[in-house]
Each structure stands twice: as C-alpha cells, then as structure tokens.
Design a protein around this ligand. Structure first.
Ligand code: SF4
Ligand code: SF4
Length: 422
C-alpha cells in the first residue's frame, strides 16, 4: 500500500447540497456490472419520478429508474463515463412535478422483513455497489453459504473524494439502521465498520453504536479494496480466485447501505447519489446530491466560476477514475467523484523503457507482477497474461504511480483482463 497526497481538504468539511434538477437526464441502459437493460418505455411516454424505465430478465443485472419526472424524448447513443458511448433513455423534465414523494414505510413491517424480501426490494430499487464496482447488490445478499461477519466499507481511500465521509457524518442514523437491517436479515452478529484515520468525525459518529466495532484504519491506498479491508480488519487473507464469501464475510460500502435504507424505509429507488465535485480548477468544490443522468456540465456550472479551464476531467477518483472526453457525459450509479484538473496536474509524463526495478511488484497490493503482465500484453500474449493472474488486478493504479519509467501498466493490464474473458 502507498501513502498518497489526500487533497480532501477542498470538500471534507463542507456540508453536502442538492444539485439543481436538470432539464434533461440521460440514463444509460447499462450502469452496472452485468447485462445491459432493455427500455420498457418509448419515445413520447410520460414517466413519473422513480418509475422503472429499463430492465432485463438476467441474473446479473439491475433495473434503471426515471430520475426526474417528465417525457421520454429520445432513446439514443450518448457519451457514457465508463464505456465511451452507450444507448441512453433521455427524459425531459418539468421542475414543477419533480418534488420527491417517497413515503416512510411502517417500521413494524420492516422489522419482520426476511432476507428474500430484502433482496427483492434491493433488486427492484436498482441498487448496485456504489463504491465504484457497481456489482448488483441483490446478488451479494444471496450468499452461497451462511455468513458470520459484515464489514461496512467507510475507508474512502481515493484522494480528493469525500462523499462517503460526508454521508457517514450527515446520515449516520440512517446508515446505522440500514446496517442493522442487513445484518439481521443475514443473521450476522459481528459487524465491523472500517474507516480511515483521516475521518475523525465519521469515526466518532459510529462509535456511539454499541452494535458496531469501529476499526480505525491507516490512510493508505488502496485501504478500501475488499481484500485489503478484510486483511486489515480481520487479519485474514483471501487467496487468488477466492471471494469474501469463502470466509463467511460480506463487505458493503456505506453509500450502498444508505441506498438500501432509502429503498426499504422510504420506498425510494436509486435515482440520485452523492458526488464529490472537486479539483484545483474549481472556485467552489462541493459534495452534491445529483440525480442520475445529470450531464457533468451542469455540475461544473453549479460549482462555477472556474479558476482556470480544466485540462483533464475525471469521473471517479484520481487513481481508479476514468478521464472523460466530453462534458455531456452523465453521472451514473458508479460515479462517486468528478475531478477537474489543471494543466500541471493533468500532465502525462513520457514513457521510458522498463528498468526492471520491481517497484511495481513491491507496490501491487494483490501480489501481481505488473511489469511482466505489461510485457506479455504488449506482445498480445493473452494466455500468458492470464497465467500471470491479470484477472486478479483490482485496477488500483499503484503500479503506474510508483513506476519511475512512467509505464502505462494499468492500461495494458485492463486490456489483458478484457482479452482474458473473451
Ligand atoms: S497490477 Fe493491478 S492491482 Fe496490481 S498495482 Fe497494478 S493496478 Fe493495482
Ligand atoms: S516499476 Fe516500472 S520500471 Fe520498475 S519494473 Fe515495474 S514497469 Fe519496470
């Protein structure tokens, strides 16, 4: 693990606010790991806030909901923050009818929910892992064997990002209710919350609950990776090709737990999320509650004026996020951050030959040899990249960060991962 410059000071103490409701949202049919959804609305349909608008009958999938009320005006190819371009449903809204009207459910009814009922609610609400992985959450709530430990991931180890930290401070009670609900339904008694030591307010907030064991973690990167979290909290290693389930452990991100709370207690599907909008180009960086499908140009405008024009725009964190080619791209379920970097920060250093220093090998948190995978990938030796374990790469970016030759290791490893599943 490595210690990075945190740069969280821009937003960590600023209370989150709601971003203005956009006039149009662009909701990609794929916002999760799994099968792409099919639209179940057509152009001209009037949709209500939270109405399901796309789904697919597949095990690994998650439905999409209208994040504003209005009219479907197009179903078309549109910029996508992860895939470059993808088909999206475009809704034109009417701000008059966009006020949320989600109802609090009867608490007694919730106290009796079974795991299967919880799973159905979570699936119907379109909840996926909001820590960035976007794996459908209902599948994680269907463990192949009994679980005995629930770990809540409040590490938020990526520099600049503070959305999870703000959420833990501003929505402590709701997150706690969500955690207790998930733990009860799973029959789990041992509950840990992992929080990095750079979030003292969040640590204090959760220490008041006797049901939780708050684990204060070092602010090292990538502390928030599932395997690293389990290792640092439980002292147990998850071997190659193994999952937390194999140790009887479930890991859930705090933002995902909050979405579960909203779905169960307020009957609210996943239509908005907290996003850190930050970077040295912004005069007023903020954590914003953003309706899914909002183009990032709206958020940049809301945080204006700009100190200088951004040289690079990233959705996600600086280590694992993806650089964007247009400000028309929308926020989707996995978008926890929006970074606006100036010329100096965005500077791409020239790539030199590998000097075989092994810094990337020492830095890799999952024990890979990034330099070897890179060499094999450059020669399109995909069987070899598979043998070297490319599929175990968690895409943390440390190898790029530590390489003195500025090798673009992660980029080729990503390519090797894609080739490995063909
Ligand atoms: S190979 Fe993957 S997991 Fe290892 S350091 Fe590079 S990006 Fe991280
Ligand atoms: S860190 Fe860079 S230079 Fe050193 S072995 Fe890895 S790829 Fe080669």
């Amino acid at each position: 693990m490595v210690r990075l410059a945190e740069n969280k000071h821009f937003t960590e103490d600023v209370e989150s606010v709601k971003a203005p409701i956009p006039a149009r949202v662009y909701l990609p049919l794929i916002q999760h790991l799994g099968k792409i959804c099919n639209p179940i609305v057509k152009i001209g349909d009037v949709v209500t806030l939270g109405q399901k608008i796309a789904e697919i009958d597949a095990h690994v999938s998650s439905p999409i909901h209208a994040s504003i009320a209005g009219k479907v005006v197009a179903i078309q190819d549109w910029p996508h923050p992860v895939l470059g371009r993808a088909k999206a449903i475009v809704i034109e809204g009417d701000t008059e009818i966009n006020l949320p009207s989600f109802q609090l459910k009867n608490h007694q009814e919730i106290d009796l929910l079974s795991l299967e009922q919880l799973r159905k609610i979570v699936f119907a609400a379109g909840i996926v892992g909001l820590g960035g992985a976007s794996f459908p959450t209902h599948i994680k709530l269907n463990p192949p064997q009994p679980l005995n430990i629930l770990i809540i991931n409040g590490a938020e180890c990526e520099p600049y990002l503070t959305a999870d930290a703000r959420l833990m401070v501003e929505k402590t009670d709701q997150i706690a209710q969500g955690i207790l609900l998930v733990a009860r339904c799973l029959g789990v008694k041992d509950i840990y919350i992992g929080i990095e030591d750079n979030k003292p307010l969040a640590i204090e907030a959760f220490k008041k609950f006797p049901e939780f064991k708050v684990k204060v973690l070092k602010s090292d990167y990538p502390q928030g990776g599932e395997k690293q979290l389990i290792q640092n909290i439980l002292g147990k290693e998850i071997g190659r090709g193994k999952l937390p389930f194999d140790l009887g452990v479930l890991v859930q991100n705090v933002a995902t737990i909050y979405a579960i709370y909203e779905a169960v207690y307020r009957s609210k599907p996943l239509i908005e999320r907290l996003v850190t909008v930050t970077g040295s180009c912004l005069e007023h960086p903020k954590n914003l509650w953003v309706r899914l499908g909002t183009p990032i140009k709206n958020l940049i405008e809301f945080c204006a004026p700009l100190k200088e024009a951004p040289a690079k725009i990233i959705i996600g964190g600086p280590m694992m996020g993806i650089a964007q080619y247009t400000d028309e791209v929308p926020i989707i379920k996995s978008s926890g951050g929006l970074l606006l970097f100036n010329k100096k920060e965005a500077q791409l250093l020239e790539e030199d030959p590998c000097i075989r220093c092994a810094a990337c090998v020492r830095g890799c948190p999952v024990g890979l040899m990034p330099c070897q995978i890179n060499l094999a990938a450059e020669k399109s030796l995909w069987n070899l990249t598979k043998d070297y374990g490319a599929s175990d790469c968690i895409e943390c970016g440390i190898c790029n960060y530590v390489c003195p030759s500025n090798r673009r290791l992660l980029q080729t490893i990503k390519q090797a991962k894609l080739e490995g599943v063909k």
